[in-house]
Design a protein around this ligand. Structure first.
Ligand SMILES: Cc1cc2nc3c(=O)[nH]c(=O)nc-3n(C[C@H](O)[C@H](O)[C@H](O)COP(=O)(O)OP(=O)(O)OC[C@H]3O[C@@H](n4cnc5c(N)ncnc54)[C@H](O)[C@@H]3O)c2cc1C
Length: 387
């Protein structure tokens, strides 16, 4: 059971080969990254050098112009090496893909930032705050943007800023009182008043160093005010967020591969041969691959529907549904893989316990399960009422 079935284009083959070239480096760094909760800077540097971080930039801006399906394939592959590396770089890939597909900014700003991306810039949205919780729920940011002497002055504190050690740009959400809505400001790392507070001390995705971003009267000019909305961004159709389920699918694949290898190699002396010949173990393997197939087919199918701009018009809650289905399947796959391996899966040197902790973080990336389910229900009811 593998993703080979989904590799259909020359571009995918070419990029899969390039990413596979980084397998030993990224896989080899995962244990240390997790143990010390340090950001895998070298992995991100290698991906930048490879040109990976320019892939979701459209061709007309000089980028690779890949589709969401291409991104899903490459992201799940990186995640099968190391979840923290994949989730971190996924935020950049997704942010750039969304920005440029929807041309969310003025043309001159898009052109300018595209050059930065081609030169290795790394960006992520800093939208979460302690008081608001997940921004998708519509809480008003405590971070404020106030116009003073022709400049915007931003003050506040963001949490969960993944990839904070290497980001060159932060897309920061702030409450703009004079327009009574939420603005996004593109703020450079070296801006005066911007600092990182090292708060990240989590059970899973430890290597993402998703620290707090502190903005103390950070002064930016008008061009930095790049987006404005009255409500939460989560209401918009954004296929680039599929980098999130892709990440958790990759972790599930890694857990499954470890468990199947263990099953064929482990030969306790209570039996002849390996445990892979036992019905209880085969039941685990069969169930794992069933879940993996369902999750992968669903994810790639939704990504393909999004990539087709005609079909995209008919999409309703499929993106959220894919995130929900894949993430929960991934959690079950990791759990079952650990049951198969037994107590050895709990050893701190065993990658399964890391997958177990990392995959859990998926529940707390957007969109959250309860919101997906309630939106699906609302659409069903609305459709019935409108019939
Ligand atoms: C590994 C990782 C990386 C992340 N990286 C980033 C990043 O780079 N940038 C970024 O901006 N964010 C990032 N986040 C933050 C993420 O997007 C969420 O903002 C964060 O996880 C908080 O979500 P929550 O559901 O725990 O918070 P809350 O919204 O506070 O929810 C906590 C609990 O309260 C309930 N609840 C709260 N409000 C409501 C409501 N209105 N209606 C119903 N139930 C409610 C929820 O159901 C949940 O049970 C990251 C998170 C993780 C785990």
């Amino acid at each position: 059971m593998s993703k080979e079935l989904f590799i259909t284009t020359d571009l995918q083959k070419e990029w899969m080969a390039k990413i596979m070239g980084l397998e030993s480096q990224i896989r080899g760094s995962a244990e240390k990254t997790d143990k010390l909760a340090v950001f895998p800077k070298e992995n991100i540097q290698s991906l930048v050098e490879l040109g990976y971080t320019t892939l979701t930039l459209p061709k007309k801006y000089g980028g690779g112009g890949i589709t969401v399906k291409d991104m899903v394939l490459l992201q799940e592959t990186i995640a099968s090496f190391d979840g923290a590396t994949a989730l971190s770089i996924g935020w950049h890939q997704g942010a750039v893909g969304d920005l440029y597909e929807n041309e969310l900014w003025e043309t001159s700003r898009l052109d300018h930032f595209a050059k930065d991306v081609l030169n290795g810039a790394l960006v992520n949205r800093a939208a979460s705050e302690a008081q608001t919780g997940s921004p998708t729920r519509g809480g008003r940011p405590r971070t404020t943007a106030v116009k003073k002497d022709g400049h915007w002055v931003i003050t506040g504190q963001k949490n969960f800023t993944s990839m904070s050690p290497v980001l060159t740009h932060f897309l920061v959400s702030a409450w703009v009182e004079e327009r009574e809505g939420i603005g996004f400001f593109l703020i450079k790392r070296d801006s005066e008043g911007l600092s990182i507070k090292e708060t990240w001390n989590m059970l899973g995705m430890r290597g993402t160093e998703s620290h707090d971003l502190v903005l103390n009267n950070v002064k930016v000019n008008e061009e930095a005010f790049v987006e404005f909305s009255k409500g939460p961004r989560g209401d918009k159709l954004n296929g680039w967020l599929l980098h999130i389920p892709a990440c958790y699918l990759g972790i599930a694949q890694a857990a499954r591969d470890y468990a199947v290898k263990f099953a064929v190699e482990y030969k306790p002396n209570s039996i002849q041969g390996s445990i892979s010949e036992l019905p209880n173990v085969q039941s685990h393997i069969g169930q794992i691959d069933l879940e993996l197939m369902q999750a992968r087919h669903f994810l790639y199918s939704v990504a393909a529907a999004y990539d087709d701009t005609d079909r995209r018009k008919s999409m309703k809650q499929e993106l959220g549904a894919a995130k929900h289905v894949v993430t929960n399947a991934a959690i079950r796959i990791v759990d079952r893989s650990m049951r198969l391996v037994g107590a050895k899966s709990l050893e701190l040197t065993n990658p399964l316990q890391r997958y177990y902790r990392d995959v859990r973080a998926g529940l707390h990336n957007p969109p959250m399960d309860d919101m997906v389910v309630s939106k699906i229900a609302k659409v069903a009811i609305e459709d019935m009422l409108n019939d």
